[in-house]
Design a protein around this ligand. Structure first.
Ligand code: AP5
Length: 223
């Protein structure tokens, strides 16, 4: 039975950073809807043009498109991995229900756990202003810890700023988070599936906490 770990939290909370670390440490499969949608947006077809416009506005991509993308990758994970980290999905109540339906059909609903990375908005905004990403392997950096040559230390590509990390779009993403994503906290809390972590700490202690939970959940017997 696989583990399905959802990392929930506002923009800049560290979901992407911790997802990469967990997947490397535990051999888990990474499903990051933001990265997947940015890949689609770089392509050249009508859907790509629509997705690009939504990302640049800081709005949510429609649920049907996201479901299609996520289902495709979850099907891959089902074959080969002991667990999946879902970074940025689900993002609203409709997506949460779709995920629950998918897991129920597979008899895996009890394998879902959600960790909320809790961070004050002002800290998150500061982090986002300094974020740089690798456009090739999607690793996340910050200007205060960037390699001196400005290249990704894993694959060597030149690091870039994300198109939606401008002040106006960051503000819009927070509004969208508060309106659409925050209700998921209560949704998962009432189901007894949510753990809160203080994300206003350095990366290492956050990772150690997450790793402790993942170890426990990976070895949890099927209910
Ligand atoms: P997405 O890419 O998921 O963006 P997001 O949710 O806004 O989250 P971020 O990637 O901005 O932040 P993060 O929490 O991953 O932080 P990170 O680790 O990078 O989504 C982008 C867009 O795609 C959405 O706006 C939407 O349009 C669309 N989309 C995505 N999913 C969707 C869905 N399900 N449905 C519909 N549309 C969807 O860290 C941020 C910075 O902080 C980095 O510089 C990092 O180095 C630094 N940092 C990380 N941890 C720490 C720490 N502990 N201390 C100090 N600095 C830290």
């Amino acid at each position: 039975m696989r583990l399905y770990l959802v990392l929930l939290g506002p923009p800049g909370a560290g979901k992407g950073t911790q997802t990469h670390r967990l997947c490397e440490a535990f051999g888990l499969f990474r499903v990051a809807t933001g990265d997947l949608l940015r890949r689609v947006a770089r392509e050249d077809h009508p859907l790509a043009v629509r997705v690009r416009a939504v990302l640049e506005a800081g709005q949510l991509v429609d649920d049907a498109t996201v479901l299609e993308v996520v289902s495709h990758y979850l099907a891959q994970a089902a074959e080969a991995y002991s667990g999946v980290v879902l970074d940025g999905y689900p993002r609203n109540l409709v997506q949460a229900q779709q995920l629950e339906d998918y897991l129920t059909r597979r008899g895996e609903a009890e394998r879902l756990w959600v960790v909320l990375l809790d961070l004050p908005e002002a800290v998150a905004v500061r982090r986002l202003a300094g974020r740089r990403i690798c456009p090739r392997c999607e690793r996340v950096y910050n200007v205060d810890r960037i390699p001196p040559d400005g290249r990704c230390e894993v694959c060597g590509a030149l690091l870039v700023q994300r198109a939606d990390d401008t002040e106006a779009v960051i503000r819009r993403r927070f509004q969208v988070y508060r309106e659409h994503t925050e209700p998921l906290i209560r949704y998962y809390e009432t189901r007894g599936r949510l753990v809160r972590l203080d994300a206003d700490r350095p990366e290492d202690p956050i990772f150690e906490c997450l790793a402790g939970y993942v170890r426990q959940w990976l070895t949890q017997p099927a209910e």
